[in-house]
Every structure is written in structure tokens, then in C-alpha cells.
Design a protein around this ligand. Structure first.
Ligand SMILES: Cc1cc2nc3c(=O)[nH]c(=O)nc-3n(C[C@H](O)[C@H](O)[C@H](O)COP(=O)(O)OP(=O)(O)OC[C@H]3O[C@@H](n4cnc5c(N)ncnc54)[C@H](O)[C@@H]3O)c2cc1C
Length: 447
């Protein structure tokens, strides 16, 4: 590693880090920017583990602005710039019982007021369009034991769908960042950020001491080198605490392990082919009425991906910052627990969708949501009292669908602008996603 001094170093080449690096570079072409990641390529962390779905079926202004501007930008990349992201509006269908529907009425009205393209389906319509679904459990003892809810209504979101997370991270953001002259460095873990006094070092023990003004002087790597810069952007997602907590910086992010279970079987072909919802002629992404259990249809190979499930009782994972490079760091564990499928999701899903009965899992994997514990939305802030330290993290399970907006907001913060201009022209106040003057309105429509 050369002794080069960068203007900006982004740590973490996930979708948040790459979108941030691209937007900072695009706005400041002369800056020398390095993106560094401990893995072998961009987007290989939790970005790669995700289901990569997007939606605009949100009731809060913040979620709607972040997600719809990001989706529109991805569509622009695919349709106007001609970069294939495998983006498809497969639609989302939220299934609910009467009580849930009543509880969601205000959220639904807000979506309609905000021109989110949705349609409410009634039970008979759902039954006709997805005959494989069981909608009523009255008199079914198993279903009662499982606390299943009937399906009385569906909310169909039209401008919602899927894309390829690798393609948006690498084929677009990384590629464009490189074309602008940005540099990347892989297989290199940052083990520590070095806190230094601003100005002359005095040689006192424990420097910088309390009264000295502070900055990040460099980043130590696992190869023993130091990367020098005046500005570090921490975009390390679920691993954020490992670099931030030793500096006394709390990003209000906690990692939670999430599983995806995949079943591939010819028996699913009829269920996956559906002419009622979208141009792809497939069943929509389904969200069941309990615990946010959801099913992603993958029609071309007769498979489904199952995610969600109750988070109650699921631990936040705390790791030791001293052990960033340890191979058995629990945050690197991408193994799912298949028993969770067997004793939890399967019992529920097989009641709603008998077509799944006795089908074995084909494979499964796990990743970590970097959950923002305040309101489950990303955080973008400059650390108080440490010059040159910016944080962009907490995708909270919806980072793919918000990443372009987050990259623009992070670039605006870097440039000390009060507002970021999101794709499509919306002006977004940068401090809304900060910690001190955070202003994220309540979201009623959560999975
Ligand atoms: C199972 C699952 C399903 C999901 N489904 C969806 C979905 O359908 N839709 C959606 O919008 N979002 C979804 N998400 C969330 C989404 O994947 C993330 O919010 C998004 O990818 C943003 O990630 P990131 O860049 O913050 O983190 P990451 O992609 O994890 O990037 C962080 C990077 O930092 C690197 N790093 C960490 N520590 C260090 C270090 N010390 N030194 C150097 N590099 C370091 C890591 O190697 C990693 O590449 C899902 C997440 C999971 C886990």
C-alpha cells in the first residue's frame, strides 16, 4: 500500500458505501477517493445476502421519498442508461385480516394521497386470483394453535419489485465510480481508526486528551499498513459498532440475524405462474398476515425464497472490536438455522399454502440487518467532536430500496449542504437522517 493521502476514504463497499462513494465523487470530481473492504469484492457483505426487493408501499414521508426516488433512479439506470439490473415490477401483495385492514386504513389513505399506485383486493378476488391460498381458518384447530389470521383483504402495490443487488452495486455504482477515477481496495480489513489531536502532537500520555480537538488521523489495516486521509466515511453496516464504539460513537445500530429459506420444485410451477398481477406473469411478492413472513417468487427456476418471522426474543449480536479479523466473528456467519424453517415458518406457511406441504428446503442462508434502534431508518451523520468522521449505516432491512437516496444524502452531508436533491428533484433535509435533529415520521406499514 502506498503512502498516498486520500481526500476521502469510504470503509465498506456494500451498496451504501458504493452509492456514497459514487455520489461524493460525482459531485467532487477532483477528490481522490478510496473505497476499502475486507471482502474480495464490492457488495459481498449483507448486500449479497439480501432478497433485494423494493417497494413504495410506505405511509411515512421519509420512507416514501427514500424508496420511490431510489426505485426511479434504478429504473433510469436500467431503461435509460441501458445497464441491466434485472429489475422487475413483480408487485407486492400484503395479505391481512379485517382487524389489520381497519388498523391500516389511515396508512392506506396516506398512500393514496401520495399517489402510491395501490389497489385493495377483497377476499373473493384474492381467492380467484391465487387459488392456492387458504384464506379462512375458522374451525381449524391447528391454525388456531398457531394464531393464524384469516385473509380478508389484500393491498397490491404495483410499482414494487425486485432487482439484482450485485448488479446495482458493481455494474453501476462501482463501475461508474471507477470511471470517474475512484479507487477500490479489497481483502483489506480496517482494524482501528486512529484518533489524533488536531494540530501539533504534544507527546502527552493518552493523547489526544479531553481538551484537545480531535480528528481521525488514519485507519490501521490487517496487513499492518495505515491508510491516511482527512475524511473517513464508515459504511460498514452490521459491523459498524466494531469501528465506532472504541471511539465512543454510538450510531444506534444493532445487528440482528435474518434467514432466507429457498425451495425449488416443479410442483411450484402452477403457483408461480399467474396472469393477474404483473407483466412478468408471476405471483406477487406475498406478505402473510403474521410476523411479516414473506415469500419471494422466482418463476424462472420454480423457486421461492421465504423470509421474515418474529424478531421477538431474537438477540442483537455484540462483537468485540478487538476481534474484527477473527474468522469466527459471529457477524460473518452466513449459515441459517433450518430448524427455524421446520418449526416456525413451515408450520404457518403450509396452512396458508398447502402446495408447500412436504417440500424440502433446497438451500438457505443468513445475513444481518443493521437495525437502527430509534426508528428503523438509515442514519447519516458526522460524529460530534471528531473532525472528518462521517457515518452512513443502518439499512435496517430496507437498504437496497433506499440506497441511491442515502448516497445522495451522504454526499450532501459531506459537502455541508442543508438539503440533498434526490432523483426526481425532491429536496430532502439532510439533518432528518442525522442523530441530533433527526426527523423521521412514524411508519405504519412495516413488514
Ligand atoms: C436476509 C436479508 C434480506 C434483506 N432483504 C432486503 C430487501 O429485500 N430489500 C432491501 O431493500 N434490503 C434488504 N436487506 C437489507 C440490505 O441488504 C442492506 O440494507 C443493504 O445491502 C445496505 O448494506 P450496507 O452497505 O449498509 O451493508 P453491507 O452490504 O453489509 O456492507 C458493509 C461492508 O462493510 C465491510 N466491512 C465491515 N467491516 C469492515 C472493516 N472493519 N474493514 C473493511 N470492511 C469492512 C463488509 O465487508 C461489507 O462489505 C436485507 C438484508 C438481509 C440480511
Amino acid at each position: 500500500m502506498s503512502e498516498k493521502h486520500y481526500d476521502v476514504v469510504v470503509i465498506g463497499a456494500g451498496l451504501f458505501g458504493m452509492a456514497t462513494a459514487y455520489h461524493i465523487k460525482k459531485e467532487n470530481k477532483k477528490l481522490e477517493i478510496l473505497v476499502v473492504d475486507k471482502l474480495a469484492q464490492a457488495g459481498a457483505g449483507n448486500t449479497a445476502q439480501s432478497a433485494a426487493m423494493y417497494r413504495d408501499t410506505f405511509s411515512s414521508e421519509v420512507n416514501l421519498h427514500l424508496s420511490s426516488s431510489t426505485r426511479d433512479f434504478y429504473k433510469h439506470v436500467q431503461h435509460e442508461l441501458g445497464i441491466d439490473l434485472s429489475l422487475r415490477d413483480v408487485t407486492y401483495l400484503w395479505l391481512m385480516d379485517k382487524e389489520q385492514f381497519e388498523g391500516n386504513k389511515i396508512a392506506i389513505e396516506t398512500m393514496l394521497k401520495n399517489k402510491v399506485r395501490i389497489e385493495i383486493l377483497e377476499k373473493e378476488d384474492i381467492k380467484r386470483k391465487i387459488p392456492e391460498l387458504v384464506t379462512d381458518f375458522d374451525g381449524n384447530e391447528d391454525a388456531q394453535m398457531l394464531n393464524l389470521r384469516n385473509i380478508d383483504f389484500g393491498l397490491l402495490g404495483y410499482d414494487c419489485g425486485e432487482l439484482d443487488a450485485d448488479k446495482i452495486t458493481r455494474d453501476f455504482y462501482e463501475n461508474e465510480f471507477n470511471k470517474l477515477g475512484g479507487e477500490t481496495l479489497y481483502n483489506t480489513a480496517i482494524t482501528k481508526l486512529i484518533l489524533e489531536p488536531i494540530g501539533e502532537k504534544l507527546g502527552i500520555p493518552g493523547e489526544p486528551v479531553g481538551w484537545q480537538k480531535k480528528r481521525i488521523g488514519g485507519a490501521l489495516t490487517n496487513t499492518g499498513s495505515t491508510i491516511k486521509s482527512d475524511n473517513f466515511v464508515i459504511a460498514t453496516g452490521a459491523w459498524a459498532n466494531e469501528l465506532l464504539l472504541p471511539l465512543g460513537v454510538d450510531s444506534h445500530t444493532m445487528p440482528v440475524k435474518k434467514y432466507i429459506f429457498r425451495i425449488q420444485h416443479p410442483q411450484l410451477a402452477n403457483f408461480l405462474h399467474n396472469e393477474h398481477f404483473n407483466g412478468e406473469k408471476t405471483t406477487p411478492f406475498l406478505i402473510f398476515p403474521i410476523h411479516g413472513i414473506h415469500l419471494k417468487p422466482v418463476k424462472y427456476n420454480n423457486s421461492i425464497w421465504i423470509g421474515g418471522g418474529s424478531l421477538i426474543g431474537k438477540p442483537y449480536i455484540i462483537t468485540n472490536p478487538e476481534e474484527i479479523t477473527k474468522e469466527d466473528n459471529p457477524l460473518n456467519d452466513t449459515q441459517a438455522n433450518d430448524r427455524d424453517y421446520e418449526f416456525d415458518r413451515y408450520l404457518i406457511l403450509a396452512e396458508y399454502l398447502p402446495v408447500l406441504k412436504d417440500l424440502q428446503l433446497t438451500n438457505s442462508w443468513a445475513g444481518f440487518y443493521a437495525i437502527n434502534t430509534i426508528d428503523k431508518n438509515p442514519v447519516v451523520f458526522k460524529a460530534k467532536g471528531i473532525k472528518g468522521l462521517q457515518v452512513v449505516t443502518s439499512g435496517s432491512g430496507s437498504g437496497i430500496m433506499k440506497a441511491d437516496a442515502i448516497g445522495r444524502i451522504a454526499a450532501a452531508l459531506y459537502n455541508n449542504q442543508e438539503h440533498a436533491e434526490l432523483y426526481g428533484g425532491i429536496k430532502f433535509k439532510v439533518s432528518r437522517l442525522g442523530l441530533e435533529n433527526r426527523n423521521v415520521d412514524k411508519e405504519d406499514f412495516v413488514i
